[in-house]
Design a protein around this ligand. Structure first.
Ligand code: ZN
Length: 253
């Protein structure tokens, strides 16, 4: 499928974004964006970043980077602030308009983040934001909690890995649904692990036995699969080959 996604860590350099008691939004944005980008890369997405260190570009320049990359999606990472400590809490994802696949992706990400413990403030239309307005591809801007809310910061720090996985999951789920809408395809699943190292080990073992597995990250698990097949009979044939080689399997769509 080879989707290309531009990841935009909000602010940077002289532009701190919001800040609270020495904590700078630009740093949180970069850390989370890199973590999500890594998970997306691991799942076969072609990822480009508007920045990978502490530099400043205008929102317009960032939008142009997305357009020049010819990306399928543009995803901007931010944290919210009210200026009044503890006044607000939760996640929201901003879109130019509440329609199409970007709104679906925004909703899926919010729902995954809700499972991690954030209040879900919903999908919000912000047609005047430059990175949403000037990008040519579906674009979203995730506000992962309020930087001037200590509870949100605690969740952000303590559940950082789960938060990154939740956002990646929301993105990947949206793409899977889009890709499978027309014809159901049968895939043979050989294993599903929370630990990526276990999934890597199985992938290597399968390759060593002449199979061509791939890994996807879905619902918090690294799944090792083979396929896809349009005919169930072909998936069953692969399943038999795998079972003869000693692997437990099941067929999924
Ligand atoms: Zn921001």
């Amino acid at each position: 499928m080879a989707y290309k996604i531009v990841i935009d860590p909000g602010h940077g350099g002289s532009d701190w974004g919001a800040s609270y008691e020495g904590r700078k939004e630009k740093d949180d944005n970069l850390n989370l964006a890199l973590a999500v980008g890594q998970i997306l890369s691991d799942n076969g997405i072609d990822v480009e970043y508007t920045r990978t260190d502490d530099v400043y570009n205008t929102p317009f320049e960032k939008a142009m980077m997305g357009n020049n990359a010819g990306a399928d999606f543009f995803i901007s990472f931010h944290r919210n602030a009210t200026g009044i400590p503890m006044a607000s809490t939760g996640v929201e994802t901003l879109v130019f308009s509440d329609s199409g696949i970007k709104a679906e992706m925004a909703r899926n990400i919010n729902e995954e983040l809700e499972k991690v413990g954030f209040v879900n403030r919903g999908v919000v239309e912000r047609p005047n934001l430059v990175v949403l307005k000037r990008t040519k591809m579906p674009a979203i801007l995730i506000e992962t909690g309020f930087i001037d809310n200590e509870e949100d910061n605690k969740l952000f720090d303590q559940e950082f890995d789960r938060i990154a996985e939740a956002i990646a999951d929301g993105i990947l789920t949206t793409l899977d649904l889009g890709g499978l809408a027309e014809t159901p395809l049968y895939k043979v699943q050989v294993g599903a692990y929370e630990d990526k190292a276990e999934a890597d080990k199985l992938t290597d073992s399968l390759r060593g036995n002449g199979f061509e597995p791939y890994m996807i990250f879905q619902n918090g698990l690294y799944k090792v699969q083979i396929g896809a097949y349009e005919k169930l009979s072909n998936a069953v044939a692969m399943e038999n080959r795998l079972r003869n080689a000693g692997y437990p399997t099941f067929i999924t769509t």
